[in-house]
Design a protein around this ligand. Sequence first.
Ligand SMILES: Cc1cc2nc3c(=O)[nH]c(=O)nc-3n(C[C@H](O)[C@H](O)[C@H](O)COP(=O)(O)OP(=O)(O)OC[C@H]3O[C@@H](n4cnc5c(N)ncnc54)[C@H](O)[C@@H]3O)c2cc1C
Length: 272
Amino acid sequence: MPVRVETFDSLDAAASALRSTRSARFFGGGTLLMRAANHGDQSFDTLIRARDPSFRHIRSESEGVSIGAGVTMKEIIAHRDLSFLIPAAQAVGGPAVRNMATVGGNLYANSPYGDLAVALLVLGARIEFVGQGGRGVEIEEFMRDRDRHQGSIVRAVVVPRPRDPSSFRFVKVSRVKPKGISLLTIATYLPQSGGRIRGARVAYGAMGPRPLRATAVERLLDGQYLDSATIERAAAAACDGIEPRTDSLASSWYRREVVGIHLKRLLTGDRR
Ligand SMILES: Cc1cc2nc3c(=O)[nH]c(=O)nc-3n(C[C@H](O)[C@H](O)[C@H](O)COP(=O)(O)OP(=O)(O)OC[C@H]3O[C@@H](n4cnc5c(N)ncnc54)[C@H](O)[C@@H]3O)c2cc1C
């Protein structure tokens, strides 16, 4: 089936075309959509693009850094205000994919994809949509209810900068290095005050259909010193309340077995 591509100069025009065209999908970098089209996906016959410059901005704001949803992984890696996101952006595919893959597309990517989204979730990013004023929605709410936002265009993501860069850690575990797909992705944000963790956030990718928070681990870490006893307790609870997925890369059982090991390595700073 032929696929029509419509390109608009403004995001507003693209959003209204998306609303009024049946079987249309918004096109970010196309790394997933073009693959789907090539594999014969017939769920869409029109791709809507926007070349609005505001879609590609990276701007420091009081709240954090506002990143246009059309910004690519390669652009994140090259931007000096986004150095804290380099490990996550660098984890997405190989150079050719990172050259095209956008922030907006990563938010909608199904597991085992969505590595950048795991980092955005742990940092408490906010998602802004085209044509919807106000403050947008917290990424957690967006992830919980992502299907409801199909048909909307994400305009930008506002990411709070970690106060202390060492409080944010990210690891992607894959069988093939360096370009393998995620078997498990973990991001932690553990700001400290007086030596104790305050406001712990831990997120996983590839453990469910989309990135999720490890709330049992967060509860164990919060208010504690990051010492070996705390790390052992966190690792033991790594899978509490979570039912890992089984896919072609790993079974639910395997993910359950290894998540604590990788969480412990991340928390101790063991970079194996
Ligand atoms: C070979 C290969 C390797 C890959 N490896 C990884 C990897 O290691 N890690 C990883 O996370 N991903 C990986 N991916 C998946 C993908 O490249 C990334 O997730 C990427 O960020 C998707 O962005 P995109 O702009 O290409 O999305 P697109 O293909 O353009 O779109 C994907 C979905 O998102 C929607 N969308 C896109 N932008 C917006 C927006 N602004 N607003 C609303 N909806 C939007 C589209 O409508 C579509 O449903 C890989 C893909 C390939 C082909």
